[in-house]
Design a protein around this ligand. Structure first.
Ligand SMILES: Nc1ncnc2c1ncn2[C@@H]1O[C@H](COP(=O)(O)OP(=O)(O)OP(=O)(O)O)[C@@H](O)[C@H]1O
Length: 321
């Protein structure tokens, strides 16, 4: 399903550490290996604090890994000069959770939408309004919105503006960090439908960061499940419900079925709290919350192992049973 030749971006052995109080070190990403494929969506899912945003910040060159490489078409992003990083940002655009916070409230939509094109010298000022109308149409908003201000729009409409602005530069990768998390469920669905349509039309690769596995599995081609900085399972989105194997993925699914689907499925929940990221145990990071924990899990960190094409899992219980 995923061909090596279609890899657009590749994270190789990414480690990101931050200094913490008392001379300690917090490892936010611990040997992350992931590929983003042409025209496909990679969803990264996990609880708050698992390292999703830290990973994304490195992908869009806002931060550098402590070790490891992020390769965009084979080029290590850490080796780019400032100018090259700025130029490369056109290829990787981002949609944030709260567009209100990233829009200047005094700017009209026409200027918000066309600012990136103007900054990169790709649009004449005299063509701004026509371009803004075209971008509004692309995200199914009326052309008259060019004269509005962001505060005169709904959350869903603002998020469409954010998407239009991000896509104005025709990026190859669109990174969405909790981009629909603040929206009502029905608005969330319509924004996802829009993203899926635009992805198909423009063959965009998407990196979609989200804490909601039930949502992300409905459209992501590949899902990476992250726990305390570690990727514990990578699985095709369509297979998550039936084939996921890691006890953490299953616990996330169980918890979300109970909220979203209200089905008579067995509800699995995670009993205890995640350990502090400053105090991740040796061995498997999930051990204290796992009902299948064995002796080996307390001493040896499981590595991602392929169990089927496109499906990898890091769990001793799964790979040794
Ligand atoms: N600049 C920083 N300095 C120190 N620690 C940091 C820094 N940035 C992130 N962290 C820590 O790294 C860990 C991962 O944080 P991150 O924001 O990547 O998680 P997340 O999965 O995106 O969570 P959320 O969904 O809440 O944003 C957390 O423990 C966080 O406190």
């Amino acid at each position: 399903m995923f061909n090596e030749s279609d890899i657009v971006l590749s994270a190789k052995h990414i480690v990101k550490q931050f200094p913490a109080s008392g001379g300690r070190t917090l490892t936010a990403c611990n040997d992350v290996n992931l590929n983003v494929y042409k025209g496909k969506t990679l969803g990264i899912v996990g609880e708050s604090g698992c390292g999703k945003s830290t990973f994304v910040r490195m992908v869009i060159s806002l931060d550098k890994p402590t070790s490891g490489e992020i390769l965009y078409h084979g080029k290590n992003l850490s080796n780019l000069s400032r100018k090259e990083t700025w130029l490369n940002r056109q290829n990787m655009q981002m949609v944030f959770q709260d567009p209100q916070a990233s829009f200047d409230p005094k700017m009209k939509i026409v200027d918000i939408l066309t600012e990136p094109l103007i900054n990169y010298g790709k649009l004449k000022r005299s063509d701004k309004e026509a371009k803004a109308r075209e971008l509004l149409e692309m995200v199914e908003l009326p052309g008259d919105f060019v004269d509005r201000y962001p505060h005169n729009m709904s959350g869903g409409q603002r998020q469409r503006i954010s998407i239009a602005r991000a896509l104005s530069l025709e990026p190859e990768i669109l990174v969405c960090d909790e981009a629909t998390s603040a929206l009502d469920v029905s608005v969330q669905e319509s924004v996802i439908q829009l993203l899926v349509r635009l992805q198909r039309e423009k063959n965009i690769s998407m990196l979609f960061i989200c804490h909601d596995l039930a949502l992300i599995r409905s459209f992501a081609h590949q899902i990476a499940v992250m726990y305390l900085g570690n990727i514990v399972e990578v699985i095709p989105g369509e297979d998550v419900a039936e084939k996921s194997l890691h006890p953490y993925t299953q616990a996330l699914l169980g918890a979300q079925f109970s909220i979203h689907m209200n089905q008579n499925k067995k509800i699995e929940s995670i009993e205890s709290e995640a350990p502090s990221p400053l105090d991740v145990p040796h061995g498997c990071p999930f051990q204290n919350r796992c009902e299948h924990c064995m002796e080996k899990c307390k001493t040896t960190r499981p590595v991602l192992t392929e169990v089927e094409a496109g499906h990898e899992v890091a769990c001793h219980y799964v790979t040794e049973k």
